[in-house]
Design a binder for this molecule. Structure first.
Ligand SMILES: Cc1cc2nc3c(=O)[nH]c(=O)nc-3n(C[C@H](O)[C@H](O)[C@H](O)COP(=O)(O)OP(=O)(O)OC[C@H]3O[C@@H](n4cnc5c(N)ncnc54)[C@H](O)[C@@H]3O)c2cc1C
Length: 306
């Protein structure tokens, strides 16, 4: 219920104005977002990489409505990739890209062209790109674009969401040699017709998908903060004899940092997903919807008004 309310607020421009202009927002945002500028992204990446973590960087921005906006997003990624390479932060750092930010909603070809330019820049910087997955209306289009990109850039990563009923089948299709697949629970509000609704059903689906990916030939990227799922993943790695360099864990910036360090200490690869940029509203609201404790953190910042 609370999740639905917050996810509804994430699409309200009135609530967005209220939150974006509130004095407390800066402190809350800082916990989950590296900062507004490319320099902020580089600083956070350096700190994480020095601490033994891998990184994937997301330039925040969704709902791009014009080709000019889409081109500006592409150019930001090109700049970012150049700066990461210059700073010696690749291949430890890669980038995550939302096709909606590249124009997918109004011109699929444009989104593909922009994503292709980003893949070429990533290859030149000796790193990789992962295509984030958004709401279910975009899944087919995103997987089609992924397949086209992989013809020339086979290391392009996919994201599959365990809450979707179709995902077990998508996991089977994508568990092939060299295929990088991020498995997450899924962050959008989806109808019952396409998605499991109860947390228990979503978790069970996650485990079924994890089994397919960990027993397959690809490179699984297990994106979750859930202690039970992390323990199951560690168990499956032993069961399927998967060495720590043949899969990775992924978690979000600012969430369970001690657990990220614990896994690194145990010899696993852990990649932190680091968002940066001005357009943090939708991202922040999805994080709040996921966990009431995040909402309490937000409320504390609101009352202390630092
Ligand atoms: C690297 C990465 C990339 C992602 N990319 C996408 C994407 O492309 N598309 C998409 O739809 N979604 C994406 N997501 C979001 C994902 O789908 C989930 O919404 C999000 O990760 C929350 O799910 P969870 O697996 O952590 O479990 P949850 O059900 O949110 O949490 C399970 C348990 O984890 C622990 N936990 C969670 N948060 C905290 C916290 N703040 N502090 C302490 N313990 C905590 C608690 O024990 C909690 O009960 C991504 C997530 C990650 C980590």
């Amino acid at each position: 219920m609370l999740r639905s309310v917050i996810l509804a607020a994430s699409r309200s421009s009135r609530v967005e104005r209220l939150v974006a202009t509130a004095p407390f927002s800066r402190d809350v945002v800082r916990r989950f977002v590296a900062g507004a500028q490319t320099d902020d992204a580089l600083r956070a990446t350096r700190e994480l990489v020095d601490g033994g973590l891998a990184v994937t960087l997301d330039h925040l921005g969704e709902d791009t409505v014009s080709p000019e906006q889409a081109t500006a997003v592409r150019d930001e990624y090109l700049t970012l990739l150049g700066r990461l390479a210059e700073a010696g932060l690749t291949p430890a750092a890669e980038v995550s890209v939302k096709l909606s930010a590249l124009g997918q909603a109004f011109d699929e070809q444009l989104a593909y062209d922009n994503a292709r330019a980003i893949c070429a820049a990533a290859e030149a910087a000796q790193t990789t790109v992962t295509l984030d997955m958004e709401d279910h209306t975009t899944t087919d289009s995103t997987l089609d674009i992924l397949a086209k990109l992989r013809k020339d850039y086979p290391s392009t990563g996919a994201v599959l969401q365990a809450y979707l009923r179709r995902t077990e089948s998508d996991c089977r299709d994508l568990a092939t040699a060299g295929s990088r697949v991020r498995l997450c629970k899924g962050a959008y509000k989806e109808p019952e017709s396409v998605a499991y609704q109860s947390p228990r059903e979503v978790d069970k689906s996650y485990v079924r998908c994890l089994n397919i990916l960990m027993s397959g030939d690809g490179y699984p990227m297990l994106a979750t903060h859930d202690p039970r799922l992390i323990a199951i993943a560690e168990d499956r790695a032993r069961w399927f004899d998967r060495a720590p360099d043949r899969f990775e864990f992924q978690m979000l910036y600012g969430i369970r940092p001690e657990e990220q360090d614990r896994l690194v200490g145990d010899g696993y690869t852990v990649r932190t997903y680091v968002p940066y940029g001005d357009d943090w509203y939708g991202y922040l609201m999805r994080r709040l919807a996921e966990r009431p404790a995040n909402l309490a953190f937000f409320a504390r910042a609101l009352t202390s008004r630092k």
